[in-house]
Ligand binder design. Structure first.
Ligand code: DQA
Length: 149
């Protein structure tokens, strides 16, 4: 059997496939592949492994959260994009699994439009890291390695 106790799922939601092109003044110039590369390097240093994915579909994120638990992953880093602010299904999915989930955002939604201030993901997540650009993902991975969740 494969040992998944050091495996961290990194799940990315809608429009994050366009990172680098999409509103760079807000989200920066790194692409999702650049972020995956940074995370893989850091994961290697920390003795972790990552499984990085992106989808534009809400239900796929729900399926992947269930899968993270079924596979025995150590944690999930979740940037749910705009579903963060709308998805009770994601809130329920995070509550339904025992695998700890860290909410991640490049920007800080709490300093942006009022409709971004509500986070359903944040209501269930073990921790939130936001506003550090691509570094938000690395900070979240460090928190997993240090057992802070
Ligand atoms: C985001 C913030 C969300 O409000 C937005 O809808 C995104 C990206 C971020 O990483 O800053 O798509 O999750």
């Amino acid at each position: 059997m494969t040992d998944t106790s050091n495996l961290v799922y990194v799940l990315n939601g809608p429009n994050l496939n366009l990172l680098g092109l999409r509103e760079p003044e807000i989200y920066g110039s790194d692409t999702l592949d650049d972020i995956a590369g940074m995370l893989e390097d850091r994961a290697r240093e920390l003795g972790l492994a990552i499984d990085m994915r992106q989808t534009n579909h809400e239900g796929m994120l729900v399926d992947w959260l269930h899968e993270a638990q079924a596979e025995g992953a150590r944690a999930v880093l979740l940037n749910a994009g705009a579903y963060t602010h709308t998805s009770i299904a994601l809130l329920d999915a995070i509550r339904a699994i025992r695998t700890p989930v860290i909410e991640v955002h490049l920007s800080d939604p709490t300093t942006r439009e009022p409709f971004r201030h509500l986070s359903y993901v944040g209501m269930a997540a073990a921790m939130t890291v936001q506003g550090h650009g691509a570094k938000s993902y690395l900070i979240a991975l460090d928190a997993v390695a240090e057992g802070r969740i």
